[in-house]
Design a protein around this ligand. Structure first.
Ligand SMILES: NC(=O)c1ccc[n+]([C@@H]2O[C@H](COP(=O)([O-])OP(=O)(O)OC[C@H]3O[C@@H](n4cnc5c(N)ncnc54)[C@H](OP(=O)(O)O)[C@@H]3O)[C@@H](O)[C@H]2O)c1
Length: 505
């Protein structure tokens, strides 16, 4: 059957990664325990890692190989999609898991690492292909990259590869991101570099591409001719947690907009790439970012809302009287033929009513309505909700006739959920997908250097405006709500309102 995936394609998708070693810097940290090692274990359970696969954890903390394995096992038990009880591979997996203690700025750490990799290659095999993973605080990225370069660890030879995954945040503004790109490029070629934005590893985000470009029915509607506006919401239910040091200097614009929200925007709005590959897809995303209208610092009052949840200043670790925004709403435009004059409303915040990410596409009203309405009445618009999380799926809201006499109408929903069609717990963690892609050398779902810089180029003037006399007043909102009243007024001023189409998925 045409629409069935061929056996060859399946084999390709489930291809086992090359024999290799993953070296994690910051291996004693939260991300390693909660995401990286649980993902690697799940991949191993799925048979997607080679037999000659090892992990070297690097950090300053005192640990032995065994205590490192114990720490990782606790994380795998708690956070992995597939746990040691689900597959009988823990012993084989953990046997090749080593801990290497050292300071990140000490050349000796890297000399010893080099020797350790040679030893692994002799004993286990696979240590000629190495994926470095930077999972430390970001100020250490340039230091580690430089040391890797000086130790010759980034060099590829004899058909073997060396790659590096770099965690977010990648810079804190355009100059620092540009500088970091330069520092990375001094050591690694761009094709060796994988800047991670875990949102792109989510199945539902990738499904955006399938939804748009594997179906004929939506794309003809996907433009200013039929779409009134687009809304993108990334809402967190939790407040600050333990990240005060980072967050209070970053705020919501750097933490969420520069990466996740702009990535979602590019995927919703880009032109169809000619093929599914890293260059074609990222070229199209870059074209969108280049076509976006920059908000000038003096325009932030018109195009943005910024707010803080009311108890934020009481959180441990934040600066006294801090004005760091924990919520923002922004109106953006893309100046090209497809999207001219179609507003893209983006909002994100902490301590909101729910943890949810959704994209709502509101379509235009019909040009002429033949059914009688009461004076001042307007039919609700058609809204397509692309539900990224937690109700993964999609929801199309349209009008239908209420049974009975007359021509009364009501909005109804047609929806698809992953859970209903594919079963529970079938969605792999984003990190599983992304780490496997990096092991396969596929950078399609990673951010390229020019993309990162263009995104910062859009965010920086907003941040400058917020630091200036043009800034909108910082609004406050109660935790557990959907942000400040100003956010609703922002939409009302354009005759629109925020949608929650996915809560019905
Ligand atoms: N955690 C998440 O959910 C998450 C999500 C997205 C992105 N990230 C990014 O991923 C990276 C790692 O996150 P994480 O939460 O695992 O970080 P973390 O726990 O704060 O730090 C990771 C490790 O880095 C070392 N470290 C911490 N502060 C240091 C310092 N001042 N100087 C030298 N070493 C230091 C520590 O190991 P030793 O002291 O043993 O050397 C620590 O265990 C960060 O860049 C973060 O922004 C994290």
């Amino acid at each position: 059957m045409n629409n069935q995936i061929s056996a060859a394609k399946k084999d390709e998708i489930r291809k086992v990664a090359d024999p290799c070693t993953v070296v994690i810097f910051g291996a004693s940290g939260d991300l390693t325990q909660r995401k990286l090692m649980p993902s690697l274990f799940s991949l191993s359970c799925e048979g997607l890692l080679a037999e000659q696969f090892s992990v070297v954890g690097v950090a300053r903390s005192e640990m032995t190989d065994d205590s490192f394995r114990d720490q990782i096992r606790a994380g795998v038990e708690k956070f992995a999609r597939l746990k040691p009880a689900d597959c009988d591979l823990w012993d084989a997996f953990s046997k090749n898991m080593l801990y290497h203690r050292g300071n990140y700025d000490d050349p000796q750490t890297y000399k010893d690492l080099s020797k350790l990799l040679a030893k692994i290659d002799k004993n286990v095999g696979g240590a000629c292909n190495v994926l470095f993973y930077l999972s430390t605080p970001p100020q250490l990225y340039p230091i580690i990259v430089k040391q890797l370069g000086q130790a010759g660890l980034a060099q590829q030879s004899d058909g073997h590869w060396r790659r590096i995954i770099i965690e977010k945040p990648f810079g804190h503004d355009l100059p620092s991101a540009t500088e970091l790109n330069q520092q990375v490029h001094d050591v690694f070629d761009e094709h060796q570099v994988y800047r991670i934005d875990h949102y792109l590893g989510k199945e539902t985000v990738q499904n955006l591409l399938v939804f748009r470009f594997a179906n004929a029915i939506f794309e003809p509607l996907w433009s200013r001719n039929y779409i009134d506006h687009v809304q993108i919401t990334v809402a967190e239910e939790v407040g600050l947690g333990s990240r005060a040091g980072y967050y209070d200097t970053a705020g919501v614009m750097r933490d969420m907009f520069q990466n996740h929200l702009l990535q979602l925007l590019t995927l919703v709005s880009m032109e169809p790439p000619a093929e599914y590959d890293a260059t074609a897809l990222r070229d199209e995303k870059v074209k969108v970012l280049k076509a976006m209208q920059r908000i000038k610092p003096e325009e932030v009052g018109q195009y943005t809302v910024r707010a803080q949840y009311r108890t934020y200043r009481d959180e441990p670790g934040v600066a006294k009287g801090t004005n760091t925004p924990t919520f923002a709403a922004v109106k953006l435009f893309i100046n090209n033929w497809r999207w001219r004059n179609v507003p893209f409303y983006l909002r994100s915040g902490k301590a909101l009513g729910d943890k949810m990410t959704e994209i709502n596409i509101q379509f235009r009203h019909v040009p002429h309505l033949m059914f009688p309405l009461k004076p001042g009445q307007q039919l609700p618009p058609n809204v397509l909700g692309l539900c990224i999380q937690p109700n993964e799926g999609m929801n199309l809201r349209f009008e239908t006739k209420v049974p009975g006499a007359g021509m009364r109408t009501r909005s109804v929903d047609m929806n698809f959920t992953y859970e209903q069609d594919f079963g529970k717990n079938t969605l792999p963690d984003a990190y599983e997908r992304l780490i496997l892609d990096a092991l396969h050398g596929d950078a399609t779902l990673f951010t390229r250097s020019d993309e990162i810089e263009l995104a910062w180029g859009l965010v920086d003037p907003i941040l400058q405006g917020w630091d200036s006399e043009f800034s909108p007043v910082l609004a406050f909102y109660e935790s557990g709500t959907w942000g400040p009243g100003k956010s609703d007024e922002f939409m009302q001023a354009d005759g629109r309102k925020w949608h929650y189409a996915c809560s019905d998925c």
